[in-house]
Design a binder for this molecule. Sequence first.
Ligand code: NCD
Length: 315
Amino acid sequence: MNFKGRDVISIEDFSLDEIEHILNVTKEVEMYPEKFKNEMAGKIMSPLFFENSTRTSSSFQAAMLQMGGRVLDFDIATSSVNKGETLRDTVKIIEGYNPDFVIIRHKRDGSAKFVADLLDVPVMNAGDGQNQHPTQTLLDLYTIKELRGSLDGTKIVLAGDLKYGRTVHSLALALSKYPRCEMVFISPDSLRMPKYILNELSKKGVSFQEKGLEELELSIRSFPIIYMTRIQRERFPESLEGEQEYEVISKVYRLSLEMLKNVNHELKIMHPLPKVGEIEESVDETNFAHYFQQAKNGLYIRKALLILLAGGKDE
Ligand code: NCD
């Protein structure tokens, strides 16, 4: 197994064995941080976040700094992108400063692949439009494994904005690599899981069902994990109808403490965050909530990826 110099663009680029190797290295990184404290010495990461980010950008930076590496500054608000510079030019310039890794988040689908094709250094996709978010998916898989011991036979409800939410696209595709997984997709009719993903799941013989928002309460009584997502308002069409649709959906899409009264006490609630009202705040204090643990795992996953792409821990 060889990760050195590779890009992380789509979760589809990795086999099940490779994903498992990444998760094993992540465990080691979490347990023995001291062992890796100089792993990035002399290396530089260039984060290019063209869209907002808190967790992904901070955890990538923390990962690099805690392993002795350095991080180039890039702030979209003060960069020349605001003067109209193209993505191609920005990336070409950054390349000239010799970073060892480039991390890109951009509103355009396929932007990470575009950048990776331009550069020789490893590029990691930190979210490209409504397409994919592979490093989030790896931390989601790591969290699920931590919670239930294995990814085989995972039964999960994916709820919310399944059309524009890139995290659920990558996660559904990743879980389809594992045997006996079952998925329920809950969304408003206008925000259903894209056809190309459903086709892929069907091709692999994965068991899934699509349901409306009104089925949320019933589904969490029979499934052990629910993965909630935010309605991606910024990706809605900029029209009055788009705005009105958002208002209607955000009023009915809400997981409340009340709804948790009749569920199995083993239910796990996950969310890539940020959450913006779709989970009642009081749920945070219950044992059902695992999203903060999930966000923390992002640090370990990103450390593991940096180590692997730099050529460490190959098998
Ligand atoms: C997600 C994203 O950017 O796709 N955030 C994250 O990285 N944890 C989810 C979201 O923005 O809703």
